[in-house]
Design a protein around this ligand. Structure first.
Ligand SMILES: CC(=O)N[C@H]1[C@@H](OP(=O)(O)OP(=O)(O)OC[C@H]2O[C@@H](n3ccc(=O)[nH]c3=O)[C@H](O)[C@@H]2O)O[C@H](CO)[C@@H](O)[C@@H]1O
Length: 367
């Protein structure tokens, strides 16, 4: 099978595409892949690490108001469709998979124009603009939540879940612990603010970081996000020596292993993160980003909270103290932790990638 993947901007769009690629490879070791992304998105750095060839088209997002910038974006879109068609004619894929973000637009659209079967995957409850636009021409639409079914044409839309759920099931807790240098007798609390890091979470953690030493049975893995790492490191240096039960990292590239070893997650409520922690049954404290379309992260997070899998702190109420209080509530209460774990597991869809590959096979056979 020859597969073109596209999706970009943030990890939440890129990792699902890579997870589908890995599942295709597991089932079909001869499969060949090409990833088409944007040089400006995180995909330009993340995709080459996974040994999938990467090519780029130039694209920018549309603003909601009519403007000169929008005309430029439209022109870029038309040019990117032309560039994508050339790449597709050369690679000759059997199927094209788009996982959201602006860059998917021209690539999936070009594939449809060339008569190549396409599948788009939507990670969020409320679909992004690009996927809404593409759903008219795509062969199949795969969604992560049943609430999203109503946003897409019923005849071609299926509920699969998010393929990252399957990916993290292949993680190895021992490998995660050994990567972090944490032995078996400590519980791991993992803190990260989505794929780009989150200033508000970083500030809350910084304000209480020197107090973390008192939780001697716990190891804190504090992931700042690449762009924030230098600033945070400088601020931490000013605070003097850090407690020994904390590691500070810019980004984690082996998240399935690290998550498999995680006892409690503190983080944003991006769709892929939630798919991962529900598949594994990791209790969480979620601080949804208020800076996203339709406040969709809070909707994602409240779903977990209603099920009893997470505690939600809205960003305006986030302080170092509110975070510690909420953490203590879980760490000091094993029965509550167990309950949250089981509630998270009840929401998990660990077969998602397998189901998506089944859909891919169905649409390529129909070609
Ligand atoms: C601010 C913003 O626009 N956020 C959106 C973006 O989030 P974002 O990309 O932050 O969110 P997600 O939580 O969906 O995905 C993050 C992915 O990056 C991985 N990861 C993260 C940190 C790290 O150090 N290493 C690592 O591998 C996570 O394990 C996960 O697989 O896309 C999501 C999926 O469309 C949306 O739900 C989010 O609302």
């Amino acid at each position: 099978m020859r597969v073109v993947l596209t999706g970009g901007g943030t990890g939440g769009h890129i990792y699902p595409a890579l997870a589908v690629a890995r599942e295709v490879s597991r089932q079909n070791p001869q499969a060949a892949f090409l990833y088409i992304g944007s040089k400006k998105g995180l995909e330009a750095g993340l995709v080459p690490r996974s040994n999938i060839p990467f090519q780029s088209v130039e694209i920018s997002g549309l603003k909601r108001k009519l403007s000169l910038d929008n005309l430029k974006s439209l022109w870029k879109f038309v040019r990117a469709v032309g560039d994508a068609k050339k790449m597709l004619r050369e690679f000759k894929p059997d199927v094209v998979i788009g996982t959201g973000g602006y860059v998917c637009g021209p690539v999936v659209y070009a594939a449809s124009r060339l008569g190549i079967p396409t599948l788009i995957h939507e990670q969020n409850v409320v679909p992004g603009l690009t996927n809404k636009f593409l759903s008219r021409s795509a062969t199949r639409v795969a969604v992560s939540f049943k609430e999203s079914l109503a946003h897409f044409p019923p005849s071609k839309t299926v509920l699969t879940g998010n393929p990252r759920a399957t990916e993290v099931m292949h993680g190895n807790a021992e490998a995660g612990r050994s990567f972090l240098g944490v032995d078996n007798n400590k519980k791991i609390v993992l803190i990260f603010g989505g794929s780009r890091g989150a200033r508000a979470i970083n500030e809350a953690v910084l304000s209480v970081v020197t107090q973390l030493g008192k939780y001697a049975e716990t190891h804190f893995v504090y992931v700042t996000g690449d762009v924030h790492f230098e600033t945070i490191s400088a601020q931490l240096r000013e605070l003097g020596t850090l407690p020994s039960n904390i590691s500070v990292l810019p980004f984690v590239h082996n998240m399935p292993d690290v998550l498999a070893a995680t006892h409690v997650l503190v983080g944003r409520a991006g769709a892929s993160t939630l798919a991962e922690i529900t598949a594994l049954g990791v209790p969480s404290i979620l601080i949804p980003s208020p800076y996203v379309t339709n406040n969709h992260q809070e909707k994602n997070a409240r779903g977990l909270e209603r099920a009893g899998a997470a505690h939600v702190i809205v960003e305006r109420e986030l302080t170092g103290e509110s975070l510690l209080l909420s953490l203590e509530n879980i760490l000091a209460n094993p029965a509550k932790w167990e309950e949250m774990k089981n509630s998270a597991l009840s929401l998990g869809m660990p077969q998602a990638a397998t189901e998506i590959v089944r859909q891919l096979e169905a649409i390529t056979r129909k070609k």
